[in-house]
Design a protein around this ligand. Sequence first.
Ligand code: PMP
Length: 305
Amino acid sequence: MHDRDGKIWMDGELVDWRDAKIHVLTHTLHYGCGAFEGVRAYNTVNGTAIFRLREHTERLFNSAKILRMKIPFSVEQIEQAQCEVVRTNNLESCYLRPLVWIGSEKLGVSPKGNQIHVMVAAWPWGAYLGEEGLKRGIRVKTSSYTRHHVNITMTQAKAVSNYSNSILANMEATEDGYDEALLLDSAGFVSEGAGENIFVIKNGVVYTPDLSAGALNGITRNTIFAICQDLGLKLVEKRITRDEVYIADEAFFTGTAAEVTPIRELDRIEIGRGYRGPITEKIQAAFFDIVNGRNAKYGEWLTKV
Ligand code: PMP
């Protein structure tokens, strides 16, 4: 990943990809306090555009605020940086990774006295859970690891430290031959995937866990809310049990990387007919229309680079 041509935006400057380095005594590397984003740009009918740039950038600033890190740039500057990185690297469609971290002036748990840094990188990245997964659906395993309780590392921050939990869950599931993990909250209710929000469909109604289950307030999740409204589908945020997923008619994961990925199995129990369900397919098609600029109603969600 580090050895390639291109530019990375680092603290206000475009740096050669191979030179975008930090010191081994970087505070975030030791104690895990950092914030990041995952953003996508699509090659839309009107040219390359970043999907929901403002919402992603605002979430980055909110994550930093929750983690008591003051970003030394404005929202507009970080938006510009993201556009610049896509342009400079001549990318048509790509994944973007903004990261905020604490510098290497001093160690010790207290980060005081350290500088806050920001970088933005971008590179081509296809379907996160595979092209086949988008069509057929993926196989998911309920994790033996519990999702973070809402009062531990702060679940509304897209915090670097939250992802050790995701890594453990994803590794456990994939080493057991599944595609992804589903995590339950500390009370045993469905929370989210290792890097995705979850939706289930039963009798034509779409359900997703409310955020008290410790799930991230996903921007794709919010996009699905708009799509459900457009399609006349009732959407309910509520506590969901693991067995409600087993007996759902359909289920799918959402995320910037995962987009809309159907779930065909949980814990070796087939969901519905065991492949992408018809409502999921409609929602997925509507999602790809929006991100690719084919739905004028959501034109303002696409920022041309
Ligand atoms: N939950 C987790 C843990 C994630 O990492 C992600 C990906 N950012 C999501 C949910 C989905 O969020 P979004 O749709 O904003 O990408």
